[in-house]
Design a protein around this ligand. Structure first.
Ligand SMILES: [Zn+2]
Length: 283
């Protein structure tokens, strides 16, 4: 089937299918439609903002509390674009609030449904802003950490913070004898996602380096890196900041090379064990 070029493939997460089945069985299909619409509007905020910046979207996955937009451009576009695209989702909830207000005033939906939608709308809004990966708050956290730490450390710190906060929330829920199984499942799913992200963090790091090399752009800010000659290239890359350009100096203060030469040696010449001293000898 031919798909409209503008619209990305939309994947429905099992939790959403599950709630559809539950809503059919319990006769709450209207509630489901409201949830689905809110989630869809949230995600369309991210999507439209991403399109405005010309990002390539691989797919959009919708789940109960929002969605995850998979793109080829995370971490290789300016951080401010990422911030705007990430915020464009939660901002939708303010629009949805006024939409519900209009529906309420026109008495299109029953008061109980409107009340349900209001509650769900603010719940998703607040939930998505928790500083936990893969929620929007987690992405904002990552963007903030990327200014303060090198990419590799920022990424690892984001996962550690996400897991810590999730465990604290689960602890508080347990302490208060919270009984909503779906909330436990939700946080279990988040922990699972963080586990996967942790496992593939080296791949994420390599993708960041490859994109940095392929889509090379001069950066306004420069941060010299001073390293011993015996430093392996992969360890030098571990000190790369997202929005900084790096010249590499040896400990004696002489500039020896730049990041492009190191990346070329690593990826094009496939010298995975090479050191800074090897790059100096070649150039
Ligand atoms: Zn979102």
């Amino acid at each position: 089937m031919k798909r409209l070029k503008f619209i990305p493939p939309i994947v429905i997460h099992p939790t959403l299918w599950f709630s559809l089945v539950v809503s059919i069985l319990t006769g709450t299909i209207m509630e489901f439609i409201l949830v689905f619409s809110i989630v869809l509007l949230h995600e369309s905020g991210h999507f439209v903002a991403a399109k405005c910046f010309g990002w390539k979207i691989r797919k959009v996955m919708l789940w109960m509390f929002g969605g995850v937009m998979e793109t080829e451009n995370y971490s290789n576009r300016p951080i401010y674009q990422e911030l705007i695209i990430t915020l464009a989702g939660p901002i939708q909830h303010i629009g949805i609030f006024f939409l519900l207000y209009g529906l309420d005033a026109s008495a299109t939906l029953s008061p109980s449904l409107i009340q349900f939608a209001y509650t769900y709308n603010w719940t998703i809004f607040i939930f998505n802003l928790l500083p936990i990966f893969p929620l929007d708050g987690g992405k904002l956290l990552f963007a903030g950490l990327s200014y303060l730490r090198p990419f590799r450390q920022a990424h690892a710190s984001m996962i550690v913070i996400s897991v810590t906060i999730t465990v604290i929330i689960l602890g508080i829920m347990f302490y208060h004898q919270e009984t909503a199984l779906s909330t436990y499942l939700l946080f279990a799913f988040i922990l699972w996602e963080n586990r996967l992200e942790w496992k593939q963090r080296f791949y994420t790091f390599i993708r960041f380096l490859l994109n940095r090399q392929l889509l090379w752009k001069k950066k306004k800010r420069r941060l010299p890196l001073i390293v011993p000659a015996s430093t392996k290239l992969i360890d030098v890359f571990g000190q790369f900041y997202r929005e900084q350009q790096h010249d590499i100096y040896l400990k004696n203060g002489m500039k020896v090379t730049d990041e492009q030469a190191c990346l070329y040696m690593y990826f094009n010449l496939k010298q995975y064990q090479a050191t800074v001293a090897d790059v100096c000898r070649k150039s």
